[in-house]
Design a protein around this ligand. Structure first.
Ligand code: GAL
Ligand code: CA
Length: 343
């Protein structure tokens, strides 16, 4: 008897659910077929590389709209480097029923609020450029990361230096005091940023692996900023003058800041200056020979991958074959070297 009642109750429940849900489900599905709303949160809208990714993302979305007829609504906000501001921006997108969030998190160790909020509203989050630790990304199966193969960017900086020094009189050209070593200074990005940590370590180890001896004269954090790098470089030049033979910068803006200071100082010849990102200004400096080289951080590729993933998650479209989603979580784009020879 008890069993029978339970059976009826269960049947009723299933029926109710089927009739109740089916209307809203198909409505929902057709709505999703036609449009998707993507909220993009930048840690700092004035960061050169991030603004390039954001622009590339908007362009990719426009192109996808043209190709598919799906309406893709992209709204971008910047947090001015403040996590509490970004938390509010994320909450606002969720309250306004955005389908997917792309978050360039300010503080990659302060993820709880964003993950909890997105999870409870069932809004997938694609983190980009500022990488969360794996344990955080594993907190929910709708969290993703799109970025670069960072280790390679550091190694390629080392390869640029090695290539420059591999010519007949290569090393002699840059080893100005003739001690057989390259005296270098390191300009680092934000403390704790995965790209800063990894590039700082791997650029130097790659140079050493190429058989070139180095000596560190100084390292300073300049937070990816051209102005801060210029200030740090100016102080080094006052102290060390022509002893600097190599400037390793974790990004191009800081490399350009170092060049600003070198120019002001009147350095001639210039030390080797190497950056990462492949910004138009850095590529021009490479072309003009003031920068030894840069490593392209593929803004377009990362933006496109992020957009395809967002559409895949929000609309169920297939991911293009060239976009690999590793461990169901990570998409990493490769880097390339830019030097004068391969204009
Ligand atoms: C790095 C990039 C830097 C800066 C930083 C911001 O990948 O090389 O220029 O944009 O990301 O998180
Ligand atoms: Ca030397």
């Amino acid at each position: 008897m008890e069993k029978a009642t339970r059976g009826i109750a269960l049947c009723l429940c299933v029926l109710l659910c089927l009739s109740g849900c089916s209307g809203s489900f198909s409505e929902d599905a057709s709505r999703r077929d036609r449009q998707i709303k993507i909220g993009v949160c930048a840690y700092d809208q004035f960061d050169t590389f991030i603004s390039t990714i954001v622009e590339a993302f908007k362009n990719a979305a426009k192109q996808k709209e043209l190709d598919t007829g799906i309406s893709i609504n992209v709204e971008v906000v910047g947090a001015g480097g403040k996590q509490n501001v970004q938390n509010d921006q994320v909450a606002d997108f969720i309250d306004r029923e955005f389908d997917i969030l792309c978050v360039n998190i300010v503080d990659r160790t302060d993820t709880t609020m964003i993950i909890d909020k997105a999870k409870s509203a069932d809004v997938p989050v694609i983190f980009f450029n500022r990488e969360l630790v794996r344990e955080d990304l594993e907190r929910w199966d709708k969290l993703y990361y799109v970025g670069a193969e960072t280790i390679r960017s550091g190694i390629m900086q080392g390869e640029i230096v090695a290539r420059l020094c591999s010519g007949e009189d290569g090393m002699a050209l840059y080893d100005r005091n003739g001690d057989g070593k390259l005296q270098y200074v390191m300009l680092e990005g934000e403390a704790g940023h995965q790209d800063a940590l990894i590039r700082t370590e791997y650029s130097v180890s790659a140079i050493i692996e190429e058989g070139i001896q180095v000596e560190k004269l100084g390292n300073e954090i300049a937070n990816w900023s051209r102005a801060q790098a210029q200030t740090k470089m100016k102080l080094w030049l006052e102290k060390l003058g022509d002893r600097i033979e190599l400037v390793l910068a974790n990004n191009d803006d800081m490399a350009l800041g170092a060049l600003d200071a070198l120019e002001e100082y009147g350095a001639d010849p210039l030390p080797i200056v190497v950056g990462v990102d492949g910004t138009p200004e850095a590529k021009q400096a490479v072309e003009e020979g003031t920068m030894g080289g840069t490593v392209v951080n593929d803004a377009e590729g990362q933006a496109k991958a992020m957009l395809e993933l967002a559409c895949h998650l929000g609309l169920g479209t297939e991911l293009p074959e060239d976009i690999v989603l590793a461990d169901d979580t990570y998409i990493r784009l490769p880097h390339t070297i830019v030097m004068k020879e391969n204009k």
